[in-house]
Ligand binder design. Structure first.
Ligand code: G6P
Length: 614
């Protein structure tokens, strides 16, 4: 969380940094700030609230300068105030620094710096860093870049940092550990730095992703230099960005979330492009193909993830166990990493993560790797940290997801898991050739069927109007639609702030049923399949208590229509593929309810898209 962006070169830095901050706002949006070097002056501007507040404030400020750093914050230490906003500045006003991450030993460092006479203005852990850099640069008589390196030897925690000094106006230093940082190399000798590539893509496609404990030293007129924390020089690994600028714009939609929901026919298609051919009867996940035998013979596949990605993992568990008959466990990454799990070389741990940066998921993988397990990743962001530390992996190819509430990334994750289950099951012989071919053909039809579901938007908007003032909601599903229920409830909670819970439909009797009355909407996945009749009984139990039923049903279903208050039809498909369709009405419902309640759909309060702290 927190987004950082910086520029140094011949252009005006302010517009580049401001635009970059807007692109990174999904990472945190409770305060923002910019520091600019103009000749020998360092000017710092900070404002609580969104980047737009800062932008408005800057209208009457002098924002000249060819070098600068900017930050959009997701508060960890200290309230979101002007003072706590980054950049933080050394006491003599020469060095400014931005930081994404957490300095765990900040208290001990702070006490020592206070003893040395340093005065702290903010409540942040970051301010410790800038004073430490200043202290070391004076004590050791070294330039601020070297002082930053020496400071980091004393720091415990996670960081992506960029620092500038008015005494060295043509230089910039950056460092990373556990929080992401990308350096863009411009064609005219200028440099762009950011938490991800989105602020950089319109200026250059040549980038270097910093590795843990690497320091980037930029001096105008020279090549980019990379050092490790022990000061040994490393050769920068320059990569070509594949990201396109259009993918980062709203494309005529009112919100990114709506755009991303509507992109799903294409994003699912992109996810299986080149990986599946129903006519020829094959599926291939190139990235993990060398590990498939290992997966087939594994003790267990352990899927670790957080948030929406954890829900995708649960869908994966149903699919892989059923189709490939391999033992699967699903773990919250945050619990797994601290539980001293029993892991062996015969376990395969698969992380699922949209951003590829989630701190808990990364730590879970590192732990698994240290115990000898094979680690794989299913990530959306190309070049992300998880994709780089894993032995192998499969990208979801959903394209950039900007809305904080995950939508198209979820369906793409589920698509990869379906491909994985099919590929493993086919190789192992647990899926017959005929079932395999039927499923492949059905999967190829999914993008068209998703389009069909999206056509129910007007009906869903109407239903949303009816329930927008609810204070509680229940989501029910069975089998692989149980995670769909969890995901539906999470979407509603995240963006509309209505309390919602997801349950396996049969568990309703063991608690939630006590909450049901005529004011309680209950959203149910009641599609045709193994558990259909059971879910119908659950619907009757709800109706007997006057609850309101909104059911997602298979096209043409009359039985549930007769009982429910509202039905939303989805096209018939193979039961394994239902999550890809059933999840979409819930995304649209949450979206419309949130809009009607006047909530900030793309940037819900207190949340951030990329959670790089524990
Ligand atoms: C945050 C986001 C969620 C996301 C979760 C896991 O909570 O708001 O949308 O599902 O992190 O993120 P990841 O990038 O690992 O999928």
């Amino acid at each position: 969380m927190c987004g950082i962006v910086a520029y140094i070169g011949k252009k005006e830095a302010y517009p580049i940094i401001l635009k970059g901050l807007k692109r990174l706002e999904y990472r945190g949006y409770d305060s923002a700030g910019i520091a600019l070097i103009n000749k020998d002056e360092l000017n710092v501007f900070k404002k609580a609230g969104k980047v737009s507040n800062l932008e408005e404030f800057m209208l009457d400020q002098d924002h000249a300068g060819n070098s600068g750093i900017g930050h959009t914050r997701w508060a960890t230490h200290g309230l979101p105030t002007d003072t706590n906003a980054h950049p933080h500045v050394s006491m003599d006003g020469s060095i400014a620094l931005i930081h994404n991450g957490i300095i765990e030993n900040y208290d001990a460092l702070k006490q020592e710096l206070v003893r040395q006479g340093y005065l702290f203005k903010s409540e942040t852990d970051t301010e410790v860093l800038v004073h430490l850099v200043d202290f070391i640069s004076k004590k050791e008589n070294v330039w601020f870049g070297e002082a930053l390196r020496l400071s980091l030897l004393n720091v415990v925690g996670a960081y992506a940092i960029v620092a500038i000094s008015k005494n060295f106006p043509n230089q910039m230093v950056a460092a990373r550990k556990s929080s992401p940082l990308v350096v863009g190399i411009g064609a005219t000798g200028d440099f762009y730095l950011a938490s991800d590539a989105t602020p950089i893509v319109e200026y250059t496609k040549q980038v270097v992703y910093l590795e843990d404990e690497e320091i980037a030293v930029i001096k105008l007129g020279e090549e980019l230099k990379i050092y490790n924390i022990s000061d040994q020089e490393k050769t920068p690994y320059i990569q070509q960005l594949e990201l396109e600028l259009e993918a980062l714009e709203k494309g005529g939609y009112e919100h990114f979330m709506l755009k991303e929901i509507n992109e799903q026919p294409r994003s699912i298609q992109d996810c299986f492009r080149g990986r599946l051919n129903a006519k020829e009867g094959w599926v291939s996940l190139g990235g993990i193909k060398d590990y498939e035998q290992k997966m087939i013979q594994a003790n267990r596949l352990i899927l670790v993830a957080c948030g929406t990605s954890w829900h995708a993992a649960l869908v994966g568990e149903y699919l892989i166990e059923d189709l490939a008959r391999i033992n699967v466990e699903v773990e919250y990454a945050s619990e797994f990493r601290y539980r001293n799990p029993i892991l062996t070389e015969n376990d395969v741990v698969i992380a699922i993560s949209q951003s590829g940066e989630t701190a808990d998921t990364m730590a879970a993988l590192e732990l698994a790797k240290s115990k000898g397990a094979t680690i794989l990743g299913i990530c959306n962001v190309v070049g992300s940290s998880i994709s780089r530390i894993t032995h192998a992996g499969s990208y979801t190819h959903a394209g950039p997801e900007i809305g904080v509430a995950s939508t198209k990334a979820f369906t793409a994750q589920v698509t990869v898991l379906i491909l994985m289950a099919l590929s493993l099951g086919h190789k192992k012989g647990t899926v017959s050739e005929s079932e395999f071919r039927i499923l492949l053909a059905e999967l190829e039809e999914i993008p068209n069927k998703v389009k069909k579901v999206l056509e129910s938007n007007a009906l869903i908007e109407q239903i949303a109007r009816e329930y927008k003032d609810a204070s509680n909601a229940l989501y029910l599903g069975r089998g692989s639609s149980f995670p769909v229920a969890l995901e539906g409830a999470l979407k509603l909670k995240e963006i509309s702030y209505i309390h919602a819970e997801g349950y396996p439909a049969a568990e309703m009797k063991h608690g939630p049923i006590a909450l049901i009355d005529e004011n309680m909407p209950i959203f149910v996945v009641a599609t045709k399949g193994k558990s259909y009749e059971k879910v119908v009984s659950n619907i009757q139990e709800v109706k007997a208590r006057k609850g309101k039923i909104i059911a997602v049903v298979t096209e043409g279903d009359e039985q549930v229509r007769a009982m429910a208050d509202h039905v939303i039809e989805i096209p018939e498909t193979n039961e394994f593929l239902v999550p890809l369709l059933a999840t979409i009405p819930f995304q649209l419902l949450s979206y419309h309810i949130a809009v009607m309640r006047g909530c900030n759909v793309d940037q819900p309060r207190n949340l951030a898209k990329s959670v790089t702290v524990e």
